[in-house]
Design a protein around this ligand. Structure first.
Ligand SMILES: Nc1ncnc2c1ncn2[C@@H]1O[C@H](COP(=O)(O)OP(=O)(O)OP(=O)(O)O)[C@@H](O)[C@H]1O
Length: 258
């Protein structure tokens, strides 16, 4: 079973193809990165994967569920979506561990009193994301980087099969960004980690664990495949329509303009 399968997916709005002829397969065991400039269609594609948008034409199946044959609300419970824009929608006065635990109930849509096992699991996840020290702190007193880690732990609390990390490093300084990326790398090595889809504007954030990359441009797949092959100087210069120099350091692709 493929995790994501798209076949000629197109989405029209206001006479324009926001997504056009997307063919894409995410296979079992693969973590993917998706790179695209502003307005390239990334958010639209994520909304489609999560069943919030329906393609104008083409076929999608996510986690073996073919759209048209599946209850999309059920599908959404198996997908965790962490986006920096979520931060403002949460209760700032909530304690870090309560916020993480609430992830279990957010997707289920009913409130139960969390058990001590739930809190144990939250503690394990906070440890995996290297933010155990936030225990007892209110969410609003955590830095943006710390908040992002808590949001990832919260999403994992629902045991999703697919975890979308959507511009997760937005607003983070260099140190916080590297800290978050390290935690994500560590997470990939942990047992039972879901398939991850890392959406970004920046090539250097594509960690080696993201072995596959999709480049999206103007609603179309520019290229996709093994990260080390997709991220090459000639291809990226053409993709960005500006000459770029590429330097690999610690298996990450650092770009500068030429
Ligand atoms: N409901 C809509 N109606 C009309 N146009 C839309 C709609 N939703 C998205 N678009 C357009 O589709 C294009 C892709 O938007 P999308 O938000 O998916 O891009 P993105 O890659 O996520 O951008 P960013 O990196 O800035 O978040 C944009 O030009 C946007 O204006």
């Amino acid at each position: 079973m493929n995790i994501i399968e798209m076949n000629q997916v197109t989405w029209f709005r206001e006479g324009k193809a926001v997504l056009n002829g997307i063919d894409w397969s995410v296979r079992e065991g693969e973590h993917w990165a998706m790179l695209g400039l502003n307005g390239s269609g990334k958010t639209t594609l994520l909304n489609m994967i999560s069943g919030y948008l329906w393609p104008t034409s083409g076929e999608i199946s996510v986690l073996g569920n073919r759209f048209g044959e599946v209850d999309l609300r059920e599908l959404r419970k198996t997908i965790g979506w962490v986006s920096s824009s979520m931060q403002s929608r949460l209760h700032g006065e909530q304690k870090a561990e309560d916020l993480v635990v609430s992830g279990k109930f957010a997707t289920i849509g009913l409130y139960e009193k969390p058990s001590s096992e739930d809190y144990d699991r939250a503690a394990t996840l906070m440890n995996q994301l290297r933010c155990s020290h936030l225990h007892g702190r209110t969410y609003q007193t955590c830095s943006q980087g710390e908040q992002q880690k808590l949001l990832i732990a919260r999403a994992l609390m629902a045991s999703p099969k697919l975890l979308i990390l959507d511009e997760a490093t937005n607003g983070l300084d260099f140190i916080s960004r590297e800290g978050l990326l390290e935690s994500i790398a560590q997470l990939a090595a942990a047992p039972d980690t879901p398939h991850m889809l890392y959406v970004t504007h920046h090539t250097e954030e594509i960690l080696p664990i993201f072995s596959r990359t999709l480049l999206l441009r103007r609603g179309e797949v520019y290229s996709q495949g093994k990260t080390a092959e997709v991220l090459n100087e000639t291809g990226l210069s053409d993709f960005f329509e500006t000459p770029v120099a590429l330097r690999w350091n610690q298996e990450r692709a650092w770009l500068s303009t030429k």
